[in-house]
Design a protein around this ligand. Structure first.
Ligand SMILES: C[S@@+](CC[C@H](N)C(=O)[O-])C[C@H]1O[C@@H](n2cnc3c(N)ncnc32)[C@H](O)[C@@H]1O
Length: 258
């Protein structure tokens, strides 16, 4: 959920909902073919079904603070987690379409939770390999069950704190084409992850960041990561931000109405 002042600024500044006035052919097509695509793909229903099942779970788990800003460890139900932490359908569907459009060979996700976002990413392109990182093994195991239900065999969950597992994940795997960062709401941490990840990306890669306006710290982080070497196009969609590492583009930033 974005801060009130950010929402007001976004409403005043956002433009180009239909792509008019955009000079970059790449961005124009992305808006027209991906952002504006209202098709109800059958995969959406399958994921919605899993989400509904998770909402019926009453068993609880201890929430661990990895940087999301909980004041203390709290007991909570899986039902509550899927309601509050899982990506909302509007943005999950966008992940699906971005994955389908860009056809990434390798996807990296930071923050699996129950795997809702992972499923959108993986189902957008069945040929892709997805590596997803989660610090809470109870959540990671639930996510694995969900992936099995949808026969998503090309997803691997890496258990552990991002700071501990990310360096090895990056060096042991070929470069990534699509990255989704959805955990650890600290601007400084965001910058550190991006600095590490940005040198393990293929040309043309896209990094999607969730909750870029969640708090002031994240907003600062978002401003900084837009200037990381290699980023040539950054898009602010309020809930999420997108960074493109496309060498053929000259650096541009847009606030897009979505
Ligand atoms: C917002 S949820 C992810 C939601 C998920 N991407 C989805 O779309 O359904 C963030 C997850 O990241 C995990 N997380 C946050 N910071 C972490 C860190 N520093 N190391 C490991 N896991 C972390 C949390 O345990 C939580 O499950």
């Amino acid at each position: 959920m974005a801060r009130f002042t950010s929402v007001v600024r976004y409403v005043l500044l956002s433009r180009h909902k239909y792509g008019y006035g955009i000079h970059s052919p790449f961005l124009y097509h992305l808006i027209r073919e991906v952002f504006l695509d209202k098709t109800e793909y059958p995969e959406y229903k399958k994921i919605a079904h899993i989400r509904d099942k998770m909402k019926q779970l009453t068993d609880t788990t201890e929430r661990v603070d990895f940087g999301a800003g909980y004041q203390k460890e709290i007991r909570t139900s899986f039902r509550h987690i899927v309601k509050t932490s899982a990506i909302r359908p509007k943005y999950g569907k966008l992940l699906f379409r971005v994955s389908s459009y860009l056809k990434p060979q390798r996807i990296l996700e930071l923050g699996t939770s129950l795997g809702i976002g992972t499923m959108y990413l993986a189902m957008g392109n069945r040929d892709t390999t997805v590596l997803t990182l989660e610090g809470d093994p109870l959540l990671g195991n639930r996510a694995k069950e969900n992936f099995r239900k949808l026969s998503l065999e090309r997803i691997r969950v890496a258990d552990g704190k991002f700071t501990e597992v990310l360096p090895d994940i990056l060096t042991e795997n070929k470069p990534f084409d699509l990255v989704f960062i959805d955990g650890d709401h600290r601007g400084e941490a965001l910058m550190q992850y991006l600095e590490q990840i940005s040198i393990h990306l293929n040309p043309g890669a896209c990094v999607i960041l969730d909750d870029i306006h969640w708090n002031k710290d994240m907003e600062e982080g978002w401003k900084k990561v837009r200037n990381i070497p290699g980023v040539t196009l950054s898009l602010d969609l309020l809930q999420i931000g997108m960074l493109f590492f496309k060498p053929e583009l000259s650096r541009q930033h847009y606030v897009i109405r979505y």
